[in-house]
Design a binder for this molecule. Structure first.
Ligand code: FE2
Ligand code: FE2
Length: 405
């Protein structure tokens, strides 16, 4: 068994033993000793490690651990807010004990949580929900933002950048993080273009462009919703990147299936349903700093009631970013003309979101979305990519409407 598998299974065994024997019992101490020995062996190979628990998928650094494909502890840990476990330096026995105790408390629902105290002191074992890491970027200077904002937007460049990203992936080349970040930054500038906050929505021109158009719209809606919910600029951008990349796995689905006018066969449906897992895999394999995007790609079709896909062996809640993207994703899909259905008017699409609040969508997030779209209705601006009349210049277009073209 590899050192990482040894460590993770040892850790799970130690936690299980903790539920059976109380503190100080020799069996409990032995299990913890074994797990700590496995951790020491793992750190002999490399001191720093990062594990991500994504449903059935366990990833170390950026490599999926195939041996643990059906290891149910990944889902359990993720379900109690430990989606990520990082070893940032040699872990002392004391820190490891503290971590095990916290994981045990969370898993057993113990009321006494020492996380706040423990995480407050320096430790080389860190854990928590997946978020953006290591990007202590300074915000773009105000001068820069202002000069860009006066240019007016057609989103043409963003569209081309996304097309290029997808083409690169189709050719089995790589995912370019900087491009994705660049797109999100410029979307963010477009949204804050001219004092008033705007929600630029692209109108679909050709069915082939659906994924690109949809991807940008979901990124914009997700950022708007994140901002509406009061998240800070860094999180908003992280959520935007996740929105932008949520359907990345579709580059592996043939266009004939994606744009099929009629009803999908069972087999075609199964092919489409691979896109969340594929997307998460592509993201994790190609970039180390996009864990949040990988989680969202994986989770964006999972319903609150546990339905949807990929199926979860153990029901657990999804990341907040996934819940945001899920709502924005469905809304944008409904209001877009597809080969098999006309676009729905905004109000009708919002009705579906309202109905789904609870069983399908996180109820608070779905309600916030509906309220936001109604409240900010006049800030939603349709952008026609080839129609100069519809270009964004920071004002509301008279044609602005999310209704079918
Ligand atoms: Fe999707
Ligand atoms: Fe989507």
């Amino acid at each position: 068994m590899s050192a990482e598998v040894d460590f993770l299974t040892g850790m799970a065994q130690a936690i299980s033993t903790m539920t059976l024997y109380e503190d100080g019992h020799p069996a409990r101490e032995r299990a913890i000793d074994r797990a700590y020995a496995a951790l020491t062996d793992l750190q002999d190979e490399s001191v720093t490690r990062a594990f991500t628990f994504l449903g059935d998928e366990i990833v170390m650094d950026s490599r999926p651990l195939r041996e643990l494909k059906h290891w149910d502890w990944g889902g359990r840990l993720a379900g109690v807010g430990i989606q990520r476990l990082e070893l940032t330096g040699r872990v002392t026995r004391e820190d490891f004990d503290a971590f095990l105790e916290e994981a045990f408390n969370r898993l057993t629902g113990a009321m006494v949580s020492s996380a706040a105290v423990r995480q407050g002191r320096p430790t080389n074992i860190r854990y928590g929900e997946v978020g953006l890491r290591g990007r202590d970027e300074a915000e773009g200077t105000a001068g820069e933002a202002v000069s860009l904002a006066t240019l007016g937007y057609s989103l043409e460049e963003e569209i081309q950048a996304i097309e290029w990203l997808h083409a690169e992936l189709k050719d089995e080349r790589q995912l370019h993080l900087l491009e994705a970040e660049g797109i999100v930054r410029s979307l963010s500038v477009a949204m804050h273009g001219d004092r008033a906050f705007l929600i630029p929505m692209l109108r679909l021109k050709e069915f082939d462009q659906y994924t690109v158009t949809h991807t940008l719209n979901v990124a914009v809606l997700t950022m708007a919703l994140a901002e509406y919910l009061g998240l800070g600029p860094r999180e908003v951008r992280g959520f935007g990147i996740a929105g932008l990349l949520h359907d990345l796995g579709k580059v592996r689905v043939p266009l004939e299936i994606l744009n099929k006018p009629g009803k999908l066969s069972e087999q075609e449906r199964l092919v489409i349903e691979t896109h969340p897992v594929e997307g998460a895999r592509i993201i994790l394999q190609t970039e180390e700093h996009l864990d949040l995007a990988a989680v969202v790609a994986y989770e964006h079709h999972i319903r609150i009631d546990g339905g949807g896909y990929p199926g979860l062996r153990y029901p657990r809640s999804c990341h907040q970013a996934s819940n945001l993207v899920h709502v924005c994703d469905v809304f944008d899909a409904l209001r877009t003309h597809r080969p098999y259905r006309e676009a729905w008017p905004t109000e009708r699409a919002l009705g579906i979101i309202e109905e789904g609040a609870g069983p399908e969508f996180d109820a608070d997030i779905a309600r916030a979305f509906v309220t936001m779209m109604r409240q900010w209705e006049d800030r939603v601006t349709e952008v026609g990519t080839d129609d100069p009349e519809l270009r964004l210049g920071g004002r509301k277009e008279p044609e602005a409407s999310a209704e079918a073209p």
